[in-house]
Design a binder for this molecule. Structure first.
Ligand SMILES: Cc1cc2nc3c(=O)[nH]c(=O)nc-3n(C[C@H](O)[C@H](O)[C@H](O)COP(=O)(O)O)c2cc1C
Length: 345
């Protein structure tokens, strides 16, 4: 069924196809039809960051930027859904076109630039839903906020969403907001993350609700940089590292008509970079911080490869566009099988 839907959607402009799909998903969910897109799979729950994930496979940030269809997406079989990136104020993002398919490479290039309706709109939408699954909210800064003042935007978003989120991700690795990636290093990292950890700790003390904080990193760091970031994040006592965001590298897409479009590459070409980053993190951290692996998962085996590299959970986005919802089931089956095997059950 999905090959037919895909050939229709791929005839449309990518962003239009994306909007239509989200609208249809949320409408079908309201009508109680979203379970038609997936069969429930028996799966191995994962305990991580004090949360119970029904399975190890999540939807990565960026597909549901405004928390418009997360309940429908959850009903398709994901063990968790991450919405956003959301910023304090709504913003339109970069000029269109800004989203490109590279089907020959099972890749996407995007330079969306955090287009979203703002955090107040997101909170309203989350409150309207009856979603029972694990919900992550990915937060960022407005384009008009300087990198030096970024902490104010992240803190604002964190404080707005924390009562409604199961976990929060600080996205400091999008290549499409100028200067954002510089927040991954040195004093900038500490000055951003320490206040966020303090805010979620204070919230836990006041309310008894522990909302873990994850930090999402880029795949474009060398080994020493990865180890430095890992040490800093461990010291700052965040709850997890999400590895990785999209890559600026054009390896694997060279020669394609769209290869030189500005933006981040996702899908198959980022797979090895992401897995390598996870492996370096895992070898270096030795279990001190959990890792959520994301980048180029387009089969159940790809998902297992991320777990083998040291991830405890995985996320996917581009693979869903190319493979359709069957990929969720396949990834859940394979990761569950792998987790059962390693736990000796
Ligand atoms: C169109 C598009 C938009 C994205 N937007 C975001 C975003 O807003 N925030 C974020 O943290 N990651 C964003 N991502 C990155 C994904 O969450 C993911 O880290 C990356 O695409 C690698 O996974 P994949 O190969 O499975 O797509 C986006 C990816 C795509 C393709």
């Amino acid at each position: 069924m999905y090959p037919l839907i895909r050939s229709l959607l791929f005839k449309l402009d990518p962003e239009l196809a994306h909007e239509i799909t989200l609208d249809l998903l949320s409408a079908s969910h309201r009508l109680g039809l979203s379970r038609l897109f997936s069969e429930p799979v028996e799966s191995e729950p994962v305990e991580l960051m004090g949360l119970t994930f029904p399975n190890a496979v999540g939807l990565a940030a960026g597909l549901d930027k405004n928390a418009q269809a997360f309940a429908a997406l959850g009903a398709m079989g994901f063990g968790f859904v991450e919405v956003g990136t959301v910023t304090p104020k709504g913003q339109s993002g970069n000029p269109k076109p800004r989203l490109f398919r590279l089907p020959e490479h099972e890749a996407i290039i995007n330079r969306m630039g955090f287009n979203n309706k703002g955090v107040a709109n997101m909170v309203t939408r989350i409150k309207q839903h009856d979603y029972q699954g694990v919900l992550g909210v990915n937060i960022g800064k407005n384009l008009t906020t300087s990198v030096e003042d970024a902490v104010q935007d992240y803190l604002y978003c964190l404080n707005q969403v924390i009562p409604y989120a199961d976990y929060i991700t600080a996205n400091i690795s999008s290549p499409n907001t100028p200067g954002l990636r510089s927040l991954q290093f040195g004093d900038s990292l500490t000055e951003l993350i320490a206040p966020l950890v303090a805010a979620k700790t204070r919230f836990a003390e006041e309310t008894g609700k522990h909302v873990p904080l994850a930090v999402k990193i880029s795949p474009d760091m060398d080994t020493d940089e990865i180890k430095l970031v890992a040490d800093s994040l461990h010291k700052l006592a965040v709850d997890a590292i999400i590895a990785t965001n999209t890559t600026l590298s054009r390896d694997g897409v060279q020669g394609h008509f769209h290869a030189e479009e500005a933006g981040g590459v996702s899908g198959a070409p980022v797979k090895e970079l992401s897995t390598k980053t996870i492996k370096i993190l895992s070898d270096h951290l030795q279990g001190a911080l959990p890792i959520i692996g994301v980048g180029g998962i387009s089969s159940g085996l790809d998902a297992v490869e991320k777990l083998q590299a040291g991830a405890s959970l995985v996320q996917l986005y581009s693979g869903l566009i190319y493979q359709g919802p069957d990929l969720i089931r396949e990834a859940v089956l394979h990761t569950s099988g792998f987790l059962k095997e390693v736990s000796g059950r």
